[in-house]
Design a binder for this molecule. Structure first.
Ligand SMILES: NC(=O)c1ccc[n+]([C@@H]2O[C@H](COP(=O)([O-])OP(=O)(O)OC[C@H]3O[C@@H](n4cnc5c(N)ncnc54)[C@H](OP(=O)(O)O)[C@@H]3O)[C@@H](O)[C@H]2O)c1
Length: 278
């Protein structure tokens, strides 16, 4: 295990998907702006993980942060979610693929451990499968070897989580899901997470919820606080216990997103937003 005291889980994660050649500069800018949590994946189709590593290295060189200040999260992605640029041998068994993907992530990120390792999505949309059980066991081994502090699962339904628990698998530390307001902001999954002390990470909080951003209630709260509607949504997410992600490419939005935690939101406003669309 790392000798230093691990960085705590931050209140916001900066997401690095879809940034391609801009990944190094945007990662560095996010750190310069104050983000301390970085989310990526060893899935070249949507993420440039080696570019995240270049951004981290630049930030270390510039004296902005050290590795110990950061919460780094990456993911294992099944072949079905990848393009031809695989971080493992597709002929190897799944346990070996997890080990190879992790080794490649550590090389990309220039570190000997990540803070969180996430199963990007279960093998099937229907339930927790034998393949998932094998991958999860391999991820637990990675943690035992000190290559990650914590484990998580992403793109999961309540059924996935219930079947995972029923199989006797160790509970994840994180669930990372796309968060739709029309599904009560993923109400059922969030309730299970609350019960089992799993931290819920929400993504697409803005892009999945245009009806919330356009709602008069959110507009009124934003105007009263001289804030943006996006800030109200992020503040709401934190108020209900979520760890939000933002992948903004805009310097001002980065500052606004971090500043949203100071926005005053009453308990009545939180419950009104929670039931706004579902
Ligand atoms: N586990 C998974 O399967 C999965 C899937 C998708 C995403 N993720 C993670 O979640 C991260 C975030 O992705 P996302 O789907 O939430 O979308 P996103 O990349 O954060 O996109 C947000 C969009 O909203 C815009 N925006 C406007 N005002 C904003 C503000 N104040 N703050 C932030 N954005 C603002 C952004 O434009 P500007 O750039 O102009 O600000 C951008 O077009 C990804 O980078 C990735 O790390 C994970």
């Amino acid at each position: 295990m790392p000798a230093h005291r691990p960085a705590p889980v931050p209140e916001f994660l900066y997401g690095t998907a879809w940034k391609e050649d801009r990944t190094p500069a945007l990662t560095e800018l996010a750190l310069r702006t104050g983000f301390r949590g970085i989310d990526t994946a060893n899935q070249r189709r949507h993420y440039f993980e080696a570019g995240v590593g270049q951004g981290l290295a630049a930030a270390y060189r510039a004296g902005i942060v050290t590795r110990a200040d950061l919460f780094l999260q990456t993911k294992f992605t099944y072949q079905g979610g990848q393009d031809h640029r695989l971080p493992y041998d597709p002929r190897a068994d799944l346990s070996t693929q997890v080990a190879q993907s992790m080794a490649s992530s550590l090389e990309h990120l220039g570190t000997d451990h990540v803070d969180s390792y996430v199963l990007h999505g279960p093998a099937s949309g229907y339930g927790w499968s034998d393949d998932d059980a094998e991958v999860w066991a391999a991820m637990v081994k990675e943690r035992a070897a000190g290559r990650t502090r914590l484990l998580g699962v992403s793109n999961v339904s309540l059924r996935h989580l219930q079947q995972m628990a029923a199989s006797g698998a160790e509970a994840p530390g994180f669930v990372q899901n796309r968060c739709f307001a029309r599904l009560g902001w993923d109400r059922d999954v969030r309730a299970l997470c609350r019960d089992r002390k799993i931290v819920y990470q929400g993504f697409s909080l803005l892009t999945a919820n245009p009806e919330v951003l356009g709602h008069p209630l959110v507009a009124t709260i934003a105007a009263r606080n001289k804030a943006t509607r996006a800030q109200v949504v992020f503040r709401f997410a934190q108020a209900v216990g979520m760890l939000p992600l933002t992948g903004t490419t805009d310097a001002e939005h980065m500052q606004q997103d971090l500043a949203s935690r100071a926005l005053p939101l009453s308990a009545d406003e939180v419950s009104a937003i929670e039931s706004l669309a579902g």
